[in-house]
Design a protein around this ligand. Structure first.
Ligand SMILES: *Cc1c(COP(=O)(O)O)cnc(C)c1O
Length: 380
């Protein structure tokens, strides 16, 4: 189970120093105040990477926990919430909103490109009475990238609180939480951050906190209530026992990012993703998206005669290598090459392109040339 190579768009590969960090001897995180400092320091590193002075919390739970916590904390029964979607995660926010009694207004657009800025502006001119809006930075099943840096400030002009799922964007795509007016930004440990799954990262603005504090009804539930974190640092008291080994691992992964420099990390993603897209197209495969590609994942259309699931299985059997197809109706239509975090590395990309090329050939697809050679042509 543990010797497979993994090229899925998350959970992604974990560097050895992160794995080793997680095996360190641990203290008691409930009563050792040094751990509170360590935790706060890890949050500060995260804040530096995503460019925010807002409070950051690391919650014990995989990425989805952050999405639910944001909706649980903000939504009161009957609140109107704008759910902006152009993908499975984007539209999927509607479930969390309605679960907590919110009235969903679904602003759902084609999955083949990013949300159009002017169109949203026009929509808001007619209807802007929303408590908050949800958006996805990179919607992973197709890899579409939304320009949240333009969309969120427009929403804020109308006094709408902005919630951004950047689980698959953060660290692989530029994210400037404060400049971009993102009230609640959500990330996960297991995507471009390249730590194992298990932690959610949440940044919360003062505006968002004010809205949560001004609720007339209490937040339903405990784990998903963001207010339970208020003042934890001053009180040196966590709402529940922190998963210390996970956090030590995350801290090491963030050091890896800071040591390389976030700009260099983003540049590495951009160079690899751009050459992947150009090479697969020249090779004769179609990209799923028309435009607005995320640099963390590339979605390829696989001809029906071959089938994405078939190709995935072929690659697993022949090369002991994991690669993902997509979700729901795209499960057998799209193959996704994950190039996020530790997988956005030249040697690894050369390997997976070679494997995809061989897998396709085995199944009878004749590509126009050699995928690795084509990649090399475009990789600068
Ligand atoms: C991975 C991911 C999440 C986290 O949830 P999963 O349980 O891994 O699906 C949330 N949002 C996006 C956009 C993701 O890519």
């Amino acid at each position: 189970m543990n010797n497979k190579l993994n090229y899925a768009p998350g959970p992604s590969e974990v560097r050895e120093n992160v794995r080793l960090a997680r095996s360190q001897k641990t203290t008691n995180p409930d009563i050792d105040v040094e751990f509170v400092e360590f935790y706060k320091n890890t949050c500060d590193k995260m804040g530096k990477i995503i460019d925010t002075k807002n409070d950051i919390y690391i919650l014990s739970g995989e990425g989805i926990l952050g999405l639910e916590a944001a909706c649980a904390s903000l939504t009161e029964p009957g609140d109107r919430v704008l759910v902006i979607g152009n993908g499975i995660y984007g539209d999927g926010f509607a479930d969390f909103v309605s679960m907590y009694g919110g009235e969903v207004v679904l602003y759902s657009k084609e999955y083949s490109k990013g949300i159009d800025i002017d169109e949203l502006r026009k929509f808001l001119q007619k209807d802007s009475n929303f408590k908050y809006a949800t958006l996805v930075h990179c919607d992973t099943p197709t890899g579409v990238l939304n320009d949240v840096g333009s969309l969120c400030p427009i929403l804020k002009e109308y006094g709408i609180i902005t919630v951004v799922d950047s689980v698959a964007g953060m660290v692989g795509e530029k994210l400037k939480v404060d400049d971009w007016s993102i009230d609640i930004a959500l990330g996960g440990s297991q995507k471009a951050i390249s730590a194992p799954a298990g932690l959610t990262i949440v940044s919360v603005s003062d505006d968002a906190k004010k809205v949560i504090k001004n609720r007339k009804t209490n937040v339903t539930g405990f784990y998903c209530n963001l207010l339970i974190w208020e003042g934890y640092y001053e009180k040196k008291y966590f709402p529940y026992t922190m998963p210390i080994s996970d956090i030590i691992g995350l801290d090491r992964a963030l050091d890896n990012i800071l040591d390389e420099g976030i700009e260099n990390v983003l540049d590495r993603h951009e160079k690899i993703a751009s050459a992947v897209r150009k090479s697969v197209e020249e090779y004769g495969l179609e990209l799923f998206l028309e435009k607005d590609y995320s640099n963390t994942v590339t979605a390829l259309k696989i001809p029906e005669s071959i089938g994405a699931l078939n190709l995935r299985n072929q690659i697993l059997n022949d090369y002991n290598t994991l690669i993902a197809t997509s979700l729901a109706e795209y499960e057998d239509k799209i193959l996704r090459i994950g190039h996020m975090g530790e997988n956005a590395v030249l040697s690894k990309i050369l390997y997976i392109l070679n494997v995809v090329d061989n897998g396709l050939r085995t199944l009878g697809f004749e590509g126009k040339g050699n995928l690795v050679e084509l990649f090399n042509k475009y990789y600068i």
